[in-house]
Design a protein around this ligand. Sequence first.
Ligand SMILES: *Cc1c(COP(=O)(O)O)cnc(C)c1O
Length: 233
Amino acid sequence: MTERVESIRERIAQACGRAGRSPDEITVVAVSKTFPMQAIASGTGVGLEHFGENRARQLRDKAKARPGAVEGGDVKWHMVGHLQRNKAKFIARHADWFDALDSPRLAEELNKRAAKNDRVLPCLVQVNITGDDQKYGLAPSETHEYLDHCAQYDHLAVEGLMALGSFVDDPEDVRGEFQKMRELFDTYDASGNPQVEMTELSIGMSNDFEVAIEEGSTMIRLGTSIFGPRDYD
Ligand SMILES: *Cc1c(COP(=O)(O)O)cnc(C)c1O
């Protein structure tokens, strides 16, 4: 893993160089889904701090084994996958970030649960930038209205947007999607909305993170490029 992470850091630095950005602007979320706690220990050993899971119960179990910052620990747990409302309680309690907020009903439930835990949950709003029926997220045309709507949730702090690009062989093919995300991100006026601050744009995965960085990503979510291939999702 040391070599893989070193090579990723090098590629991040090069992409930042091309875009006139600093690598300090990029947070790596190591998507540890399906991998055991040993992988988290190896990850922190090479300086990784943010970890991502896509199943609420797995996140809960891992956060019990190694608490995130919200529970006094030294790592940050991100829920990166679609969340069913009946599992919102796990995320409101154990996750440091929820990166896939995608409906008013889910926001309401998470807000209620976060209030019970006496905390504010940092969230990203997921946008379905490809328009693919199989993908979760708000339509781009509804995103700003949804952000306005989030002003009422005192226990959610919306920190930005998240999206998955199309699954393609050539990462150049997702550049246009990432540009659209950047535009949605830049054009939202958060002044006057106390619960929203547009600071994080979470785009880019193992196959397309360099293009995402060139287009303004601040958070890249890397699974296979850090941990190796997964047997299942
Ligand atoms: C699995 C997953 C990733 C990481 O995917 P890789 O292609 O392995 O880097 C990123 N984001 C989400 C939402 C995921 O579910």
